[in-house]
Design a protein. Structure first.
Length: 337
């Protein structure tokens, strides 16, 4: 009769080899889970930096400062906002991608985060490969605003100037959603010859329109609303699903038959090698914070809407879909304009 192991034989039967292998796999998986849990339990132990690629006063900076207070109170560690401006947020994105994946250096980005790699081979990062998505923080409408020097009061009147006058368009920077949308609207759909003038954020771009330095502005409502209220420029349309409560008389781009454009957003990312448990902890804290009425009100006063988040994967899926949509728009642009 055959036995599993004959006397005098050094050969281990297959049965035991398989079980030994299964045991090793089980132990390794258990260790990985324990280490991940340990990361989350120990985190954070020091100051957390929220890196913003745009100047103070823009939507990314505003969102970062609103959420930083809640993070600090919840995580019991200092949370500071650091503005690393330049290249439409590209410098900040590359800085975070190359930082230690320990959850202490976090990127607060806008839609330019997905656009930069699509329009420049030197962007230096891949949205999906170099980062782990955490949370969508807020959505904000883009706006088309005009200098009071133009003496136009509607989209129809602005379009009537095409071919009659050389016009300049101030945007939040090369590669931002405002820049790409403006170039597509004015130079592709309207077949115009508008000059795109990129600034270092929505605030500076809005000031350029208010001063008459630029004829038209395409940037987030956050940047232009105070100037509209002061009578220094006019907002003709907003990229949003519905009219804004603070601008009830301004039509949406959808009402004006431009349905292909989406509102901008602000979101949180960490380097790709960051432990999932840390990313999940940040997600959970953000989700709880964004459900607080006082935080929702802080965003609302800045014409920003708190975003809904369902899981870590939600933001990744959203960005993957947006990349496909932006590719089509970018492909239609004349690189010389």
């Amino acid at each position: 009769m055959k036995t599993f192991n004959s006397i005098g034989s050094n050969k281990q039967p297959t049965f035991f080899k398989k079980n030994e292998w299964n045991l090793k796999v089980f132990l390794l998986l258990s260790l990985a889970i324990l280490l991940g849990t340990s990361h989350a339990q120990d985190y954070p132990k020091q100051t957390i930096k929220l890196i913003v690629g745009f100047p103070a006063g823009g939507p990314a900076d505003i969102a970062a400062r609103i959420i930083s207070k809640g993070l600090q109170d919840t995580l019991k560690q200092p949370v500071i906002v650091e503005n690393k401006t330049g290249a439409s947020g590209d410098l900040a994105s590359k800085f975070v991608a190359a930082s230690n994946p320990d959850g202490y250096t976090i990127l607060i980005a806008t839609a330019s985060f997905t656009l930069n790699p699509l329009i420049s081979s030197s962007a230096g990062y891949d949205c999906l490969k170099d980062f782990t998505t955490v949370s969508m923080l807020a959505n904000q409408a883009n706006a088309v605003a005009v200098s009071t020097n133009l003496n136009v009061n509607s989209f129809a009147e602005l379009k009537a100037l095409v071919g009659k006058k050389k016009l300049s368009v101030a945007t939040s920077g090369v590669g931002t959603s405002s820049h790409i949308t403006a170039a597509h609207l004015f130079n592709v759909l309207w077949n115009g010859d508008f000059t795109m003038v990129p600034y270092r954020g929505a605030g500076p771009a809005a000031m350029a329109v208010a001063s008459g330095e630029s004829d038209i502005g395409f940037m987030t409502v956050t940047g232009v609303l105070p100037l509209q209220q002061q009578g220094k420029l006019k907002i003709l349309g907003v990229v949003a699903r519905n009219r804004l409560a603070l601008l009830p008389n301004v039509p949406t781009m959808g009402e004006l038959n431009y349905n292909q454009y989406a509102s901008s957003w602000t979101a949180m990312f960490v380097p790709s090698a960051t432990p999932t448990s840390i990313a999940q902890k940040l997600f959970d804290v953000n989700k709880a914070l964004l459900q607080r009425p006082e935080i929702q009100q802080q965003f609302a006063t800045q014409t920003m809407t708190v975003a809904e988040n369902y899981s870590l994967q939600f933001l990744r899926d959203y960005i993957s879909e947006e990349i496909v949509q932006w590719k089509q728009i970018v492909a239609s642009l004349d690189p010389k304009k």
